[in-house]
Design a protein around this ligand. Sequence first.
Ligand code: SAM
Length: 705
Amino acid sequence: MGRRNKNRKNNTNPFAQRKRDRKNEAENGTKIDRRSEPYVEILRENEFFFKFYKSQKIVPEEEWEIFVKTLQSSLPTAFRVTGCRGESETLLDIIKSEYFTDYLKQAAEEGEKTVEKPFALPWYPGELAWQLQLSRKDIRRSEVFYKLHNFLIAETNAGGISRQETVSMIPPIVLDVKPHHRVLDMCAAPGSKTAQLIEALHADMEEKRELPTGFVIANDIDNSRCYMLVHQAKRLNSPCFLVTNEDSERFPDLQCTNKETGKVENMQFDRILCDVPCSGDATLRKNPDIWTKWNPAHGTNLNAVQFRITKRGAELLAVGGRLVYSTCSFNPVENEAVIVRLLKESEGALELIDASDLVPGLKFSPGLKKWQLSSKDMNFYGEFSEVPEKYHTVLRPQMFPPEDVDKYNLERCMRILPHHQDTGGFFVAVLAKTRPVPWQKNLQAKESSPAVAAAPQRKKRRLGGYKEEPFVFFQGDEDIFSSIKSFYSLRDDFIPTCLLTRCFTGKKKNIYFSSDSIRDIVLLSGDCVKIINTGVKVFVRCDNKNMSCAFRLAQEGLPSVNEFVGADRRLLLEKSDLVTLLHNIDPTKPPKIEELSDVTKERIASVTPGSCILEYREEKLQLTLVGWRGTTSLRAYIDQNETVHMLRLLRADVSKYEVNKFKKVEDQVESEEIQEELGNQENQEDAAGDDKVEPELVEKDEGEE
Ligand SMILES: C[S@@+](CC[C@H](N)C(=O)[O-])C[C@H]1O[C@@H](n2cnc3c(N)ncnc32)[C@H](O)[C@@H]1O
């Protein structure tokens, strides 16, 4: 655990202190140089925390020691191979056969002591999620793991994997999302679970070459955190996704068209995730600063907001739908207390379900039926009648276990403890709705006809930093669309009204695509909900004289339009040619057509200059990318992250992207030594009256840089 500062009092929070120092510095206009200050390791202890949880009995007596010991250690790294890409199987093969083997071999050679084999999480479908018995810090700080580290960063950027804490993968799995589901993620940012929900929505649809009929709406109250959601989802290229910025306690009634009746009605969701704000004390392994500031009031203070968000979720849930409540807190007042109050107030409309069959092999403790509340001064109360009056506004009657607690099946909740399988902690409850909840409002939408609602929305500026550009859907008769349709020979069943831009007037730069259901929501509800983002970029303006259409294809939207593009804008490539293209993505030096294989040259002849789709197929793997067919050259039109990802899938050489930062530092030190040596020589030679520098040494130094 490193060096401990035994003298530092536990209640002095170094992070808060640093914040105070920075504030003072900003006010005084001074900046303290802290580089020479020793690194202070956080003391991973908190007597209040220990006393509180011992008395709650969340851990059996005999497991207490191992529970605490595990909490005090660093968290292993975990990641998922993202599921909605056809390439995941190939990537998984490569990870297992190359990266894991390589790092185990190297670690053994270099005598790294504690290297254990990575293992697939037994309860995650398709062996796609892995845990490495190494913390992020271990991977970052040791040269032995630099290839693995590079791989994790590059594939995260390309969307091939998602680095996510093991336990945080559980809620989306037990939510059990299918492609036709209308999904709401109420507290979504930064969005690792949202990404999983989107992947589940698209699962299987890639093979069927269809878009899901359902969608995911990801919401967060924090405007800036909403952009984290946009960033997360961007890698998944889903047109069935919408980001909103609302207080979930009052999430507005969205409107949608009932496909069967054609009538407009209030939206009910099939799946809702309430991953509510919480004290986060189950993330102590990842966030050790919580040790320094933990007290029971953090949990108690959050109970009301957690309840109100979930209560609104229950209202928005369709009968027959499923709601998952989760926190990364151990505290019963943030968990069982919220759930049991909701069940009680729902008068049987909601029930807890046992979802353990969806996570086979996952170890967890059943929910508690008995818990206590504690005041800030650590006095414990088993029921409200024991609470002194001065605490009556803080410790509320509904936070205690009700008398009829047994009838609510709280044992069906899952509390994952860190020592169960060397992870962080988590709490998950899965609720089913059997009939409307008693507080449910009328489901009838206000009088409105689809025709009226489908008019483009005006750009709105509201309080609270809402500055988004409008979402302007095509009417279907735009000249731009006719030229795109004819250049790309788009199939007739492509729906032009699902295309949108972000401006009413002026030259359109980017054209986006959203699914039919998302379009319906934006048009009907755009005025009552703060929409932050939707749509994937499918076409980008490029006024190139060699192309008769003003728009090129965009890689991120390719999966959405690929099916519809005609054969005359497609080019099947040989593997060697694709590798050549990927090794030469510099737009100023595109590969010459004459340098490509004869078979590719022959196929190119039937594709006129301009934007096109490049395809590659082998038994398991199919790659599709945007290309540019020039008059004498051919190039791949993708960014570096995607390039490395594809090269890796093709098992081609990616060594030029493998930067060994340790080697770089060594080289730098070596180079500094050389410079120093040169300086000495110069001094000596200066002293001797000759200012010439050894050319060989200088060249070598420059080359290495
Ligand atoms: C535990 S985090 C969610 C983590 C996220 N689900 C994930 O997997 O990345 C809780 C989030 O709830 C948001 N939040 C807090 N109060 C909210 C409210 N009343 N309505 C909507 N979001 C809220 C916070 O901004 C925060 O981003």
